[in-house]
Design a protein around this ligand. Structure first.
Ligand SMILES: C[S@@+](CC[C@H](N)C(=O)[O-])C[C@H]1O[C@@H](n2cnc3c(N)ncnc32)[C@H](O)[C@@H]1O
Length: 229
């Protein structure tokens, strides 16, 4: 922050003639390298097989991830979260129900999304991400323009992005950033058949909030079909 105010003429002369002798400008820090992409083989190895990949960001207690993994036993399903008690609930469910196609990533969702190889994800789910309702906190929301670009890049040609929120302002933000992403098309959609009612959603419904589901596809799948007749 520069301080306001005028230099006297002596100061102005000193700035021009003497300052270069005394000034130390530390070298600029090099830009941080972009995070390295996760190798597709590493994803297959984590499950012991190559298979279509589904990812849920912010899985909470894992109910939706368990439902997906059971509905698609031939898919590999990754859940990303930072909430340890939720990991406990999820691994208990996996053990109890003998679910072998779920892996957990303990990490930040947008960072993980940015590390996924291009066109590698068949289904990307984001259900009830933290709404950060205060305006000054909107910048913390997961679904923003950068998210839209990352999601579009990692979705396979037939990949789908499903989202749900009970926060009207966040639903609008989701639509705005996803509609603005040229590689995606979609919008408000019916609730997906397999999406279970989680404690978060139950609380929202009990409080009288309306839940909005959104569904987007990669636009390029249509374009490439058109381009190839
Ligand atoms: C409101 S809860 C919803 C949980 C679940 N999807 C559901 O519908 O019940 C949001 C979840 O996102 C997780 N979360 C919040 N910010 C995150 C981040 N930056 N990276 C990964 N997970 C995050 C939280 O730990 C929490 O489990």
């Amino acid at each position: 922050m520069r301080h306001r105010g005028r230099a006297t003429s002596a100061q102005a002369r000193a700035l021009e003639q003497l300052l270069p002798r005394y000034l130390f400008a530390p070298p600029a820090t090099p830009p941080a390298p972009p995070p390295r992409l996760i190798d597709a083989n590493a994803l297959a190895e984590a499950f012991g097989r190559p298979a279509p990949l589904a990812v849920e960001l912010g899985f909470g207690n894992g109910a939706a991830l368990v439902a997906l993994a059971k509905a698609k036993p031939h898919w590999n399903c990754i859940g990303v979260d930072v909430y340890r008690p939720g990991f406990g609930a999820l691994v208990l469910a996996c053990a109890r129900e003998e679910i072998a196609n779920i892996r957990i990533v303990d990490g930040e969702a947008s960072h993980f999304l940015g590390r996924l190889p291009g066109a590698s994800v068949r289904q990307l789910n984001v259900f009830f991400p933290d709404p950060w309702p205060k305006k000054r906190h909107h910048k913390r929301r997961l679904v923003n323009a950068e998210f839209a670009a990352r999601a579009a890049a990692c979705l396979a040609a037939d990949g789908r992005l499903a989202l749900a929120t009970d926060w009207p302002g966040y639903a609008e933000q989701m639509r705005a950033v996803l509609d603005a992403e040229a590689a995606l098309h979609g919008g408000v959609a019916p609730r997906p058949a397999g999406r279970p009612l989680t404690p978060f959603e139950a609380k929202a419904v009990a409080a009288g909030r309306h839940v909005v589901d959104l569904l987007y596809h990669r636009a390029s799948s249509t374009n490439s079909r058109c381009a190839h007749g």
